[in-house]
Write a protein that binds this ligand. Sequence first.
Ligand code: M6R
Length: 615
Amino acid sequence: MCGVVGYTGKKPAAPWLLDGLATLEYRGYDSAGIQVISPSGNLHGVKCAGRVATLRERCDSANPVGTCGIGHTRWATHGAPTDKNAHPHTDCSGRIAVVHNGIIENFQELKRELMAAGHTFKSETDTEVIAHLVEDAWAGPAKGDLVAALRNACDRLEGAWAIACVCADVPNQIVVTRKSSPLVVCSTDEGAYVASDVMPLASVASSVLQLQDNDFALLSEDGRVEITNREGEKVEHPETITIDWDASAATLGGYSDFMAKEISEQPEAIERLLTNRLGEHGIEMDELSMSKEELASIDRIYIIACGTSYHVGLIAKSLIEKWAKIPVSCEYASEFNYSDVLVTPHTMCVIITQSGETADTLTAARRMKGMGSTVFAITNVLGSSAARESDGTLYIQAGPEVAVASTKAYTAQMAASVLLALRLAFANGSMSREEVERRYHELEAIPGLIREVLARRWQPRQAAKLFRDKHSALFLGRGVNSTTAYEGALKLKEISYLHAEAYPAGEMKHGPIALLEPGFPVVAIVPADSVHDKTVSNIQESIARGAVVLAVATDGDEAVAKLCQDVLWIPPVENEMLVPLVAVVHLQMLARFVARARGLDVDKPRNLAKSVTVE
Ligand code: M6R
């Protein structure tokens, strides 16, 4: 949720800290700050509410000089996004500073205790208690040993954390640790680095070390990284993650924003995922780590996810039930965690999460594992918590997704779900090899169809005008495309702040129809499929009440063209179950054009963060 960086070495720290924070800004952008140890041996902090760009301007005038420092970009949980609540936070002496991602659940009790002992607090954050706890440990049992001081402080904490800590008394050291929040470190000739994820490190290293819960790493200016566990024992073989993409994959590469870039990358992402998948098991998916017999015995599946990934889950449910004939429940992770679960000896749990770090989803996965279920993850981020904690992981290989609004991960996760449904269907005998191959070839055609839609971007650009001066919109679709409606509405509200509601088209008459009045925008997904005519009837009901209807329809649908104000055309898709992969691309572009017309930052919508690591 927040981004953490740190560097100690030969180079000036501030420039890399600022670049690293800019890369991590997708995790939160309410405020940002850095703390550098100056050559005179004092902490020099610069922090402010707002974006990393504002912090950069502040640093231009404050000029923090030094070769060791830490930085943070924040998604506010405790305390408003103000200068004083921005990290890093310091102790009473101003010689110890910390940055933190996560939540300290017992901070109030600790704060009371520390204040009673004479500590003075400057912020409303939970994080500040860490700086004061380190201060006490440094002054007492751990003097001279920053790792021991942080370990001592962490012994008092409850909750989740990724922490980086510096102390002006040991001016070239950074100590970091984590529990339930990701943190990676790397060692180079120029120094040692730490970051919340691999993205900022891709420009300085080809592989990084993944810290495990309660690992502590001491980073030294000569580039050394020493990792110990909670008991102080050396961690001999830390997990290594090879960065198998170029640092340029996380840059704009000529696009005006990441959302535009990521929308356009969808065909290649799906093609990568489909490579070498056809084989003797119908679909080859070694990632499942389950035998054919185990797969064949699955009698119930829980799909658990949040947000856009939950929408993928809804489609995956339809695909698995239709093709593999296995009953599936698709659940919002945040709700699932507090509901009753029916686990049989052959229940499988599938978690879908782009980031692999969504706290609600991880909690749900742990709960399912605890009840004896096999957990399979569909994720994008290599070495993420979801991947590490699951029994098997299918990486969608979409490359870094930077824009907060998920686009390429949505379609790649959907393609992964198609593969999973086919694998299960073949394993339990619901589908013959020939049929699996037919469906696979239909899926293979999808990237080409998405390219055609991308080439029609002028259509959503023009249609975006329908939303000028509007405050609300209703999205309708039937069958698998009710989910396309949900996703289209989520994209629109997320980045344009326009209220958008989505309903299965047939449900409209049971309530939402009351919203309709002359000029009210309705977006209807009405491809040439088995429910086409029913959806057309719902369009007619909307028009009868004065709604302005924008349709997503299949080339050549004259009836829809005549009825609707405007149409976003998609090429014919052979299998109607795969239409959502193509139709959604128009809605992604539409949301982006509407948001841009409103002058909004499409990559960093207000109040949101890419990776939601709090429950
Ligand atoms: O990383 P995850 O897929 O677990 O994230 C889940 C949601 O937070 C995410 O899909 C969110 O809804 C997106 N901002 C939607 O565009």
